[in-house]
Every structure is written in C-alpha cells, then in structure tokens.
Design a protein around this ligand. Sequence first.
Ligand code: FSX
Length: 370
Amino acid sequence: MKKQPTLGDQLRERGISRRTFLKLCAVATSAMALPPAMIPRVAKALEKAPRPSVIYLSFQECTGCLESLTRSHDPTLESLIFNSISLDYQETLQAASGTAAEAARDEAMKKFYGKYLLLVDGSVPLKDNGIYSTIAGQTNIETLKKAAAGAAAVVSVGTCASFGGIPYAKPNPTGAVPISDLIKDKPVINISGCPPIPVVITGVLAHYLTFGELPAVDSLGRPTAFFGDSIHDRCYRRPFYDRGKFAESFDDEGARNGWCLFRLGCKGPTTHNACATTKWNGGVSFPIESGHPCLGCSEPNFWDGGGFYRALSTTTAPLGVISGAAIAAGAAGGAALGAAGRRKRAVAKREHHVVTADELKPKKKKEEQS
Ligand code: FSX
C-alpha cells in the first residue's frame, strides 16, 4: 500500500526549506498558546503529521466566520493551515459548483471515512422538519448528520454553530439549534465569536494538525488556551475599572481619557475570549481599544442577554447604586475587588457564571459597618 505523504514530505516537495519550516512551527506554537520551549516538539510532530481532509459545511450564518478565517492576520500561519490540510468541500471557496461540488464532498467522505475533520459554521433549523435551510435539496439536519457520521471530530466555528447565535435569538423563528445539540457521539469543539478570532480558528487547526486531537476545552466546549480568561481579566482599561473611573457617554472626558466602558454596557466581565490579547486586524486593535464596549458575542444568548449599551449590573440594581459602589470602591485606592469579590470572580471565571458589579463590589469592613 502506498505510504501517505506526511506534512513534512509535502512541504519539502513545495520547496519549503528547513529554516522556513521551523519558522512556521514557531508561529504555530505561539498560535496554540504554547511556550517557545515546545517548538522542537511541534516541529517533530508536524514533520510526521498526515495531511488531514477537512470538510467545511455552512448552515444558517452570515459567512462572517469564513471571512474571518481567510483574513487570518498571520499569513504565515494561514498558509501553513491551507497548505497542510486538504480542504475537500467549502461552498464559498471551492471552484466546483452544483452536482460536482456535492459529488466531491461525498467522495472525500467515503475516502477518508472516520478520519476527516468536519468544520461547521451556522446553526441548524429544526422547525418544520428543517425546511428553512436546505442545500442541494437536503436539509441541514440531514447534511450534518451524514457528514458527522464519518468525521473524526467536529469543529463548530462561530457563535451560531457553537450556541445558536443570531438565528437562535428570540423568537427563533426557524427553531435553530447549535451543532452540539445534534452531534453527541463525536468530539465537538466550540470556537465561538461573531465572528470568531481568525488566529483562534487557525490555532485550533494547528493543534489538531500537530497532535492529532482537539485541544483542552472549558465547560462550554471552547479551547481553554483562548477562552480561559475573560476580556475584563486581560483588558488594558482594567486599572480604570479598579479605580472607579468610568466613561459615562461616548464623548465625555472619561471616553477621551480611555476610562472603563463598563457603564456604557461593556460585557467584558462576563465574556470569555482572546480579543484583548490576540486583538484583530494584525494585532492592531480590538473593540474596547477602539472605544466601543464589548458586546459579548462569544457567549451563549448574547443577542438576548440585555441591551448592548446597558451596563451589566442594571439587571440587578439601579445604575446609580452600582456606579456609586464602583466609585466608592475606586476611592479605596485601587483595591476595588475585595476578598469576597475576588473569590466570587475566581469561581465565576472557573464556572463561567455571570457576575454583576454588585457582587464584585468589596464588602464593607466590620468597623465601617458598625
Ligand atoms: Fe454566525 Fe458565521 Fe456571526 Fe456570521 O458563519 S457567528 S452570524 S459572524 O458568519 O455563523
């Protein structure tokens, strides 16, 4: 039987030098959020890695996820991924159309049965037997179940595929559900975000290429390397929050001084993603750095989670009370998060609960209370 060429064989065939290969490995290592000491191990694993077949399906979505992936801000990593996988079906990118496209997908599914990686973006409509989204006469439910049956693992790309996203928002007219509601017998990883961060998608793919398995995930099935911290945890405006300095409108002194956007509705404290560290557009910036609050697009129910410009805490207490508390906390010399608040935040971070500013505010010292 003919030996399948490894990734190393293929890169050599394309004239990629050892030096360039090691550079690619360094980029992939950093994209996987691994320390530089891992570069030799990554190089060894990638050298021997087989070239996996990837089938990419799109259901109820806006194509923002694919736009994001193809604009990965690291062209080196993007080319590594696209050179290293065999992208056997992707409706938007493939040259084939009509029957030929479906035939190519069926062929790849047959040839690599049990081995291909299935990427899916968009949610799946269940209402009225799934008639609200069909491709080539097949409902999304049928297409997904058929493709997932032969997949080694499934990657839900974007919030629609991970948690339902926009189609799932009330009143959810198509009965949309996320992929993990339908696929129970395969590993499913969620790369949420509307759209997801390109380097997070490529980082997960690089991990799969290197180690032949999906990376470790959090309680919502997201890779912990990228979703382990909240935006608030890593936000460069965090010191202003801790000192109780908030922008009150988009054009006030606070906004001009780059103060915390919490009172303008920032969902950073309850949102887990890597925007504050990887940033967007080649590491240029991210929404908060551009002066806009985080919308919380990588969390479940983000459309139905309250107004984008309403402060998180207003659901549990009047804004004035919260602001007063936060400002009082700031006056306490930057130690806004008391021990109880820190404990609460640590538990919330671990379990991804929603924590309001009320719960984070420091408890009054005993002598102050008496
Ligand atoms: Fe959803 Fe993606 Fe938002 Fe759009 O494919 S996560 S609507 S960016 O395109 O699915």
